[in-house]
Ligand binder design. Structure first.
Ligand code: MIC
Ligand code: SF4
Length: 685
C-alpha cells in the first residue's frame, strides 16, 4: 500500500512516478517547484537560508500557551522585562489543570488572567476547552506561523499553518517579538489517494504512519500532506493527523488550504481569513510516502508507546474496562457526534466505565442544543469538563491490571496515573465499539454484531458562535492599571549559574531508551506544582525512585551542595513527548549540568540548552554500556569546547573509561550555553 524510499520525488509526477508496487522512483528532471512547507517558511524567514539542516530564524505571527507551561512562560517573559507582546496574536489557555485540590490551580488561573490582560494576550478561561481545539476553531489562519508551549501545537497544521511546539522560554522570546530558531526541515511528502472507508478514521491514518516511521529518528523532518485524498479530509480530520505528528517527532505537519479549509472557516464565521495555499505542481520532496486511504483499517497503539501499532482485528476479544474519548486528537464536534450517533441511546457495557472530555465549549454547546449530549448521558457516558482531563492524568486513572481504550495521543507508561497501566490509543469508532461490547472490537463488525450502520455526521454550516469565554486584553493605555495577582504558590524560577571551565560531576541516573518527559517530570497529582520549581523538583524521575534509597532529588541536591555537577545518562530518544520545560528547569534547579545520551528529542534538547544543561550525544553509541550510575566524571575545558569545538572528551575520574561526546551546537546555541542559558543570552543582547 505504501510506497516509500529515501529519494526525492516531485508532486506533479506522483501518478507517473509510482509503479504498481507503489514505490516511488526518482524523477528524471530535477524538480524546481516549492513545497507548501518552504513557501510558508520563506514568507517568514528572518535569518539563515532555506537549506535543509541549516539553522533558520522565522518570524512568529501567533503564540499559544497553556496553564501547565504558561505560568513559567509569563514569569520568564516578565523577567525579560517585556511589556506588551509584539506578535499578531497571542492566546493564553487554561485547559490542563482545571479542578485541582488546594489553592495552587486557582492561583495560577488568576495570575494567568491578569498577566494576559496586562501584556496584550487573549485569555481563554477554564472551561472553554483544549488550547489546540479552541485555537483551530477561533484563531488558526492558513499561511501564518504559530509557536506554542505545548508539543501538540502542530495540530493547527490542519489549517495550513506552520505550527510548532517549543519550550516556554522560546515562546516567551517569540512573544517579545524575537524570531524562533529551528533547523530548516527536510520534507516528507505523504501523498494520499482514495477515501477512508466506513468505520476507518483519520486517527487510523496517523497510527499507520506511526507504525511505518515510528517515534524515533524523525527529528529534523516536516510532513506535508498532498494528493487527491487530502481533498476528502475535513479540517478536524486533518487536525487529528497533524496533532500526532508530535508523536512521530517531526517538527510540524502541514495540509494545503483549500475548499475544506474554507468550509471550516465559514462555519466558524471566519471565512475572511481564508487564503488558498498549496505546493507547486513540481514541488520537491526529500522523501515520498504514498497511502491509499481506502486501504487503511482500524488500528491501535498498544501499551505503552504511541508507535506500538497493531491492527484492531488482531486484538479483538481483549476485555476492556474503561473507554475515554477526548484529548486534542479526537474531541472535535464531528468525533463526538459520531460517538453519540453510534450509541444512539444504547447503554454502554455494564463493565465499562466510559467518559467523554469535549474539546471545547463550542462542541459542548452544539451537542447540548441538538440533543446529542442528552443521548450520551442516557447511554451512561460520564461528561467531563471541556479540557485535557484524563489525557494528562487528571483523574480517571484505570484500575490495576485492566485495559483502558482512549482516543488520546500518548500512552507512555504510567501517564494515566496508574503504574503498569494498559492503555491502547484508538479512533473514536473503535472506542465506542468497545464501550458497547466490553471488549476490543473491530468497529467494521458493528453492523453485523449490533445492527449499527456507519452514521453520517453533518456539521452545521452555521455554528453558534460565542467567544464569551475568551477575554480580550486590556487596551494598551489601560495596561498600567491592571493589577497582576500573584498568589504565594507563584514562585519565580532561579536562573542557571554559569558553566565551569572544567566540570566535575557524577552520574546520578542511567536510563534506557525513549524516556519521556512524563517520566522525567510527572504530571498527574504533581501538575499543580508547575509554578513552584523548588516544590516540583522534588519529584524529578519519581517513577525511578526506589524504596529505601534517597530520591533522585535528594541525591542531586546532596551532590550540588558538594559543588559537583549532576549528570544524566540516557539511551536513544531521551525527552520524547511533552514540551514541558520543567523537564529541564527542575533538573537544572537540582544541579544537573550534563545530559549524556545516545539521542535527545528536539524540543527537550532546546529546553536543556535554554536552561544551560549541556546536551551531549555519545559519538560511539556502544560507549553507553561502560558508563555506570554513580561514576564520577571529569570534562576538562568544557567552556572552551562549547566555544570552539563540536566534541568533548568525558573521562571517568579513576580512568576506567573515556568517551567522546558530540555537541552538535549551532553558533547561537554555543552563545546561549556560554551566557548561562537563554535568559542570560537575551539580557546580554
Ligand atoms: C502533554 O500532552 O504531555 C502536555 C501536558 O500537553 C504537554 C505540555 C505540558 O507538559 O504541560 C505537551 O504536550 O507539551
Ligand atoms: Fe492536553 Fe492531552 Fe492534548 Fe496535551 S495531549 S494538550 S494534555 S489534550
Amino acid at each position: 500500500m505504501d510506497g516509500q524510499d529515501g529519494r526525492p520525488c516531485a508532486k506533479g509526477r506522483h501518478e507517473a512516478a509510482f509503479g504498481l508496487s507503489g514505490v516511488a522512483v526518482s524523477a528524471k528532471v530535477p524538480p524546481m517547484g516549492q513545497t507548501l512547507t518552504y513557501k510558508v517558511l520563506k514568507d517568514h524567514l528572518i535569518e539563515g537560508q532555506l537549506v535543509a539542516g541549516s539553522q533558520i530564524g522565522i518570524r512568529i505571527d501567533q503564540t499559544l500557551t497553556q496553564d501547565a507551561t504558561g505560568t513559567t512562560v509569563f514569569m520568564l517573559y516578565e523577567l525579560m522585562g517585556e511589556g506588551r507582546v509584539r506578535t499578531e496574536l497571542s492566546v493564553s489557555y487554561v485547559d490542563h489543570n482545571l479542578a485541582g485540590f488546594g489553592p495552587e490551580n486557582h492561583n495560577d488561573h488568576l495570575y494567568l488572567q491578569t498577566i494576559a490582560a496586562k501584556t496584550g494576550v487573549y485569555f481563554s478561561r477554564p472551561g472553554n476547552g483544549i488550547c489546540h481545539q479552541v485555537h483551530l476553531e477561533r484563531f488558526a489562519r492558513p499561511g501564518r506561523t504559530l509557536l506554542g508551549s505545548d508539543s501538540h501545537t502542530p495540530t493547527a497544521g490542519g489549517m495550513g499553518m506552520v505550527a510548532i511546539g517549543a519550550g516556554g522560554l522560546d515562546v516567551a522570546y517569540a512573544m517579545a517579538g524575537g524570531p524562533f530558531y529551528l533547523d530548516c526541515p527536510k520534507v516528507i511528502g505523504v501523498q494520499l489517494t482514495g477515501r477512508l472507508r466506513p468505520w476507518v478514521s483519520a486517527k487510523d491514518l496517523i497510527l499507520h504512519l506511526l507504525g511505518l516511521l515510528t517515534s524515533k529518528g524523525n527529528v529534523g523532518w516536516a510532513i506535508e500532506y498532498l494528493g487527491p485524498g487530502v481533498r476528502t479530509l475535513t479540517v478536524p480530520q486533518r487536525a487529528t493527523i497533524a496533532n500526532m505528528g508530535a508523536e512521530l517527532g517531526v517538527t510540524f505537519s502541514i495540509f494545503p488550504s483549500d475548499q475544506q479549509t474554507l468550509r471550516f472557516l465559514s462555519a466558524q464565521g471566519r471565512a475572511g481569513y481564508f487564503v488558498e495555499l498549496d505546493a507547486d505542481e513540481d514541488a520537491h520532496y526529500d522523501r515520498l510516502i504514498q497511502i491509499d486511504l481506502g486501504q487503511l483499517e482500524p488500528l491501535a497503539a498498544c501499551p505503552s508507546s504511541p508507535d506500538h501499532i497493531r491492527p484492531i482485528r488482531e486484538l479483538v476479544g481483549i476485555p476492556v474496562r474503561q473507554v475515554i474519548i477526548g484529548s486534542c486528537t479526537n474531541s472535535s464536534l464531528a468525533d463526538l457526534m459520531l460517538v453519540s450517533k453510534v450509541l444512539n441511546g444504547r447503554r454502554v457495557h455494564p463493565m465499562v466505565e466510559m467518559a467523554i472530555a469535549p474539546g471545547s465549549s463550542q462542541v459542548l454547546q452544539v451537542m447540548a442544543r441538538n440533543g446529542s449530549l442528552a443521548g450520551l448521558i442516557r447511554s451512561g457516558a460520564r461528561i467531563l469538563e471541556a479540557g485535557c482531563g484524563p489525557c494528562i492524568g487528571q483523574g480517571l486513572s484505570p484500575a490495576d491490571g485492566v485495559v483502558s481504550l482512549r482516543t488520546f495521543n500518548r500512552n507512555f507508561p504510567g501517564r494515566s496515573g496508574t503504574r503498569s497501566d494498559q492503555v491502547y490509543l484508538v479512533s473514536p469508532q473503535a472506542a465506542v465499539a468497545a464501550a458497547l461490547t466490553g471488549q476490543i472490537t473491530d468497529p467494521r463488525e458493528l453492523p453485523a454484531l449490533l445492527g449499527i450502520r456507519h452514521p453520517k455526521v453533518q456539521i452545521p454550516a452555521d455554528l453558534p458562535l460565542d467567544d464569551g469565554l475568551i477575554i480580550p486584553p486590556a487596551e494598551p493605555h489601560q495596561a498600567a492599571q491592571v493589577q497582576v495577582l500573584r498568589g504565594p504558590t507563584i514562585v519565580v524560577p532561579d536562573r542557571p549559574s554559569p558553566l565551569p571551565e572544567d566540570l566535575e560531576g557524577q552520574v546520578l541516573i542511567k536510563l534506557g531508551d525513549k524516556v519521556s518527559t512524563d517520566q522525567i517530570m510527572p504530571a498527574g497529582p504533581f501538575l499543580k506544582l508547575r509554578s513552584n520549581v523548588p516544590e516540583y523538583a522534588k519529584v524529578v524521575f519519581n517513577s525511578f525512585n526506589q524504596p529505601g534509597r534517597p530520591t533522585f532529588a535528594q541525591r542531586a541536591l546532596d551532590l550540588k551542595s558538594k559543588g559537583l555537577a549532576g549528570v544524566i545518562v540516557a539511551g536513544d530518544g531521551y525527552g520524547q513527548g511533552s514540551s514541558r520545560e520543567h523537564a529541564a528547569l527542575c533538573p537544572m534547579y537540582l544541579g544537573v549540568r550534563i545530559v549524556l545520551a545516545r539521542g535527545i528529542e528536539r524540543i527537550h534538547r532546546s529546553n536543556l540548552i535554554n536552561f544551560c544543561i549541556v546536551p551531549i550525544i555519545l559519538a560511539d553509541p556502544d560507549d553507553y554500556q561502560q558508563i555506570q550510575e554513580d561514576d564520577l566524571i571529569v570534562i576538562k575545558g568544557l567552556r572552551k569546547s562549547i566555544a570552539e569545538q563540536q566534541q568533548v572528551s568525558i573521562q571517568q575520574k579513576d580512568g576506567r573509561w573515556q568517551v567522546i561526546g558530540q555537541l552538535m551546537l549551532s553558533e547561537r546555541e554555543r552563545q546561549i550555553l556560554l551566557a548561562g542559558g537563554l535568559m542570560g543570552y537575551v539580557s546580554a543582547k
